[in-house]
Design a protein around this ligand. Structure first.
Ligand code: U2P
Length: 214
């Protein structure tokens, strides 16, 4: 009896807080976080340098992430087949490289009830709904901008989008890394849930585009 109680307590302790990232049954989530990368910021980091850094990408699709209302997200919810090659090629119009397409499907897409085609159709649609403001059009030089002003520009460029639906992510630096937008399962923009917010300083920098631009 005593041993059973100890096992039970261990089980509860290992389960961790409610917002921990953990495998879960697919389609048990509340909303999506659409994550868009500012590619020049990633390419600044030697660890991320790859051929995608010569594609002149600005805002690229990082992923469409299932989220929990109270914070956190499920990940790697089920085993999935590889993304069909033609679909990977199609996604390169939105995403920086093949590895990311596969990774996002395995980690986040697997937590939807969709197959890869339907998941990426949804991700592409969510990406295509957004318009990008002048600050992100094609900066040829590094641009310093107040986070508040960038947010205002993003809202102004997208009718119906509100400040509490958008989070600016600087990955612990001064530089814009990601713009994240919250969406309902229907893909309509919605207010973000817990623990989704800005992590940028008041003044941030937007790194210059290299090459062509998008
Ligand atoms: O933010 C750093 C990395 O954590 C993962 N992340 C973050 C927020 C969230 O809501 N969901 C989530 O998965 C991302 O990991 P990735 O998909 O790149 O493996 C994000 O890059």
């Amino acid at each position: 009896m005593r041993r059973r109680l100890v096992s039970l307590l261990l089980l509860v302790a290992c389960a961790g807080p409610a917002f921990a990232q953990q495998p879960a049954a697919p389609d048990r989530f509340d909303y999506y976080l659409l994550s868009l990368s500012w590619v020049p910021a990633y390419c600044q980091d030697a660890a991320h340098r790859g051929p995608e850094c010569d594609r002149g990408l600005g805002v690229a699709l990082h992923g469409l992430w299932p989220q929990y209302e109270n914070g956190g997200w499920p990940e790697f919810c089920r085993r999935v087949d590889a993304v069909p090659a033609p679909l990977v090629e199609r996604e390169l119009a939105f995403m920086p490289n093949r590895g990311l397409v596969e990774h996002e499907w395995e980690k986040h897409g697997a937590c939807t009830a969709y197959d890869a085609q339907t998941y990426f159709d949804a991700a592409d649609r969510a990406y295509s709904m957004l318009r990008f403001p002048p600050a992100l059009a094609a900066p040829r030089e590094e641009l310093a901008i107040a986070a508040r002003d960038l947010r205002t520009q993003i809202i102004a460029a997208n009718r119906g989008l509100r400040p509490d639906m958008v989070a600016l992510n600087c990955a612990g630096t001064q530089a814009l890394h990601e713009i994240r937008v919250c969406l309902a399962k229907t893909l309509a923009w919605r207010t973000c849930g817990a623990n989704v917010g800005d992590d940028c300083p008041d003044m941030l920098v937007i790194q210059a585009l290299r090459g062509g631009g998008n």
